[in-house]
Design a binder for this molecule. Structure first.
Ligand code: GTP
Length: 335
């Protein structure tokens, strides 16, 4: 069976780190997001298309090195085709029913169960659904008793809320749906295609457990907090780290390889450092993710931040909570 991972978005809400790296390659607990997304795929999937455009060469290079269990082909769009256009673009390659995964969703969906449900319902598409308290900021999906989708409503007003189900970004599609899209133009599958084919049978598949999309700093940190809580013993440390005894740990904390932490610094809770991260003396890192090769000086407090690859923060610099520091960016103390 085949699957498509949608990975061509600009990731504007995670700028500036997404100005130098595509969002699917950002690490989540020190492993690229796109790999964690693909972990969801069941064993019967033997071919995956990664549909991309923005910084597609970076994904092509990455998958050329990455040797996984299944065949992965990166398809680079010349201009952004949107979530529907990206699928239409590879219509000739699709051999039958296939999975579609948003490249930034981490969730507990069981795709084998969803496939059985899709087969049983026999619709043109099955859309995964996640129930949320307040769907007013999302696309609300309304179903009948049989699980058949009867309507969609983008960002409903409070008085219009009749369902808590929102599109969770994973689909099973019959190839016929690709025939409903014009080639060569930008199309949104959520906003244009699904509402236009309702009469042909779209079904919703609810699931429980967890669902996060890594689109914003807050949600990127929430994914880390969630996954860090699953760390055995609350601590994880790579090879060849240099951590003096005066460092205070507050679980959960994860460190990559060859990290170095200065005397009397404080790590955690919910601190994730990549490989080769250097932290000075008397600094604190909590609710924060630091990517590979970053250097943080003495007496720096990082709270609810994302620090990009090889960024440098000098001693005593005040970093506002909720900051994203770009790859290679340098924060110096102003005289
Ligand atoms: P923002 O710019 O911050 O909104 O992020 P985004 O560009 O990733 O947009 P959004 O979260 O709405 O995208 C949902 C999913 O669709 C993500 O996995 C994107 O990578 C993917 N996506 C969005 N637009 C395109 C596109 O034009 N082509 C392809 N192949 N994928 C897309």
């Amino acid at each position: 069976m085949q699957a498509v991972v949608l990975a061509g978005g600009l990731g504007t809400r995670l700028r500036p780190v997404t100005l130098t790296r595509p969002k699917p390659l950002l690490p989540v607990l020190n492993r690229p997001l796109v790999c964690r997304v693909m972990d969801l795929l069941p064993p019967q999937v033997d071919e995956v298309f990664v549909a991309t455009g923005y910084m597609g060469d970076r994904l092509t290079e990455f998958f050329a090195r990455e040797k996984g269990r299944r065949r992965v082909e990166v398809v680079v769009e010349k201009s952004p085709l949107g979530t529907g256009g990206a699928l239409r673009n590879i219509r000739d390659r699709m051999k039958g029913r296939f999975f579609v995964l948003n490249g930034d969703v981490i969730c507990s969906l069981d795709l084998r169960r969803m496939l059985r449900y899709h087969e049983q319902k026999g619709g043109l598409a099955t859309i995964s659904l996640w129930d949320i308290e307040d769907p007013t900021a999302y696309g609300m999906v309304v179903l009948d008793r049989d699980g058949r989708i009867v309507s969609f409503k983008e960002k409903p007003r409070r008085e219009e809320v009749v369902s808590r189900a929102v599109n969770a970004g994973t689909y099973i599609l019959e190839p016929d749906i690709l025939g409903c899209m014009e080639p060569g133009r930008e199309i949104s599958i959520e906003r244009e295609v699904f509402p236009s084919v309702l009469a042909r049978g779209l079904f919703g598949f609810r699931f429980e457990g967890h669902w996060f999309d890594a689109g914003t700093l807050a949600s990127y940190l929430r994914i880390h907090a969630f996954l860090l809580n699953d760390l055995r013993g609350g601590m994880g440390k790579g090879r060849d780290c240099n951590i003096p005894r005066t460092v205070a740990w507050s679980a959960p904390v994860l460190l990559g390889d060859r990290c170095s932490v200065g005397e009397r610094s404080r790590l955690g809770p919910r601190c994730c450092l990549g490989d080769r991260v250097t932290l000075g003396r008397g600094s604190t890192v909590r609710d924060t993710v630091v990517h590979n090769g970053a250097t943080i000086g003495d007496r720096v407090l990082l709270e609810q931040c994302l620090v990009g690859e090889n960024a440098r923060i000098d001693d005593d610099v005040l970093v506002p909570p909720g900051s994203i520091i770009g790859d290679g960016q340098q924060l110096e103390l102003r005289p």
